[in-house]
Design a protein around this ligand. Structure first.
Ligand SMILES: Nc1ncnc2c1ncn2[C@@H]1O[C@H](COP(=O)(O)OP(=O)(O)OP(=O)(O)O)[C@@H](O)[C@H]1O
Ligand SMILES: [Mg+2]
Length: 313
């Protein structure tokens, strides 16, 4: 079969997740059994691209791994899913990023201990400029900041839509925000902008950076979206038996990118993204239960996950 043209380029973090399932999160200075253990790839942009792959969209990951076993596992995990890794560069002397994630069975809530590794950020010269220019979407997570800024400018200059997964507020991120068309950020990111206020009140502040639409995701409380046209809505989370919420945000982004590629309305795009993320939550690991298109369509057809309009400020 002929290789599909790359539709989405993702530039960002990739890691190894070591997940341990436990009955209850332990107090300090205690000992606790892990009932299940799983090692698999993670990282916001990397997992969003795996989501696209399962949905049938060809993408390329741009980033860096160390020359260690974790790095090799990260690369294999992406390649096995069909993500193009020609621009996943290796820093032989560096250690790859990894996370230990304690997942409380029953609630599915996860606590992440993250080691950033020692890979140097990508430089502007290392960017696959032609690939970015010929793609339809560029997905970023705010890492490799200098390269991300240059990539976003290359994208904007060539009509490529830019999307940012705003996980936590990082130094310098404000320079990137005006270059983003679709800002989809975590509640943590929104709280940084407007501490102590309901997260949806951050939406106008996010829009003020110039994007077409802003969304704040808020775990089981669903997500809030506001478009430049002034339309706002809340999308509730789909009711599923949640086993592990690790990567729900990453997979939500994958579903959101998919909706953009279909030119769907914002409401349909966000509802689709929420369905993808909910299915992901039904198994341990950020990637285990990432759905196929048929699985998402089945959940959407079941009619769960309400969209509710809200008035704008
Ligand atoms: N328990 C759950 N059940 C169903 N859907 C969920 C659940 N938790 C999260 N989701 C869906 O996933 C979306 C994103 O989740 P969340 O806001 O936790 O992402 P995040 O903070 O970016 O986390 P991470 O990046 O670690 O995955 C939510 O808006 C919701 O639609
Ligand atoms: Mg996230």
């Amino acid at each position: 079969m002929a290789k599909q043209a790359i539709t989405v380029v993702g530039l960002g973090q990739c890691s190894i997740d070591i997940l341990g399932g436990l009955t209850q999160y332990p107090p300090v200075d205690s000992k606790c059994d892990l009932d299940t253990v799983l090692i698999q790839g993670g990282g916001p942009v990397a997992t969003a691209l795996v989501t696209l792959a399962r949905l049938g969209v060809a993408s390329a990951f741009v980033g860096r791994i160390g020359g260690d076993d974790f790095g090799r596992r990260i690369g294999r995990g992406l390649e096995d899913e069909g993500v193009d890794c020609r621009h996943l560069l290796v820093d032989d002397a560096a250690g790859s990023q990894f996370a230990f994630i304690a997942v409380e069975q029953g609630s599915g809530h996860r606590t992440i201990f993250c080691h950033r590794g020692s890979c140097r950020p990508l430089s502007v010269e290392e960017l696959p400029t032609e690939l970015i220019r010929s793609s339809r979407l560029l997905h970023l997570d705010g890492s490799h900041l200098d390269a991300a800024l240059a990539a976003a400018r290359q994208a904007k200059g060539n009509g490529v839509i830019t999307v940012l997964d705003g996980g936590s507020w990082r130094p310098g991120i404000e320079e990137l925000l005006p270059l983003i068309d679709h800002l989809v950020v975590s509640a943590r990111f929104a709280e940084h902008l407007l501490p102590g206020r309901p997260v949806r009140e951050a939406l106008p502040l996010l829009l003020a950076y110039g994007c077409r639409a802003a969304t704040v995701t808020d775990g089981e409380a669903g997500s809030h979206t506001l478009s430049r046209a002034g339309k706002g809505f809340h999308q509730s989370a789909f009711a599923v038996k949640s086993v592990d919420t690790t990567g729900c945000g990453d997979v939500f982004h994958g579903g959101y990118l998919y909706g953009l590629l279909q030119n769907w309305s914002l409401r349909r795009t966000v509802r689709f993204a929420a369905a993808c993320a909910a299915i992901k939550a039904t198994a341990l690991g950020g990637r285990t239960a990432i759905p196929t298109l048929t699985e998402v369509e089945a959940l959407l057809a079941a009619g769960e996950g309400n969209t509710r309009l809200f008035r704008c400020w």
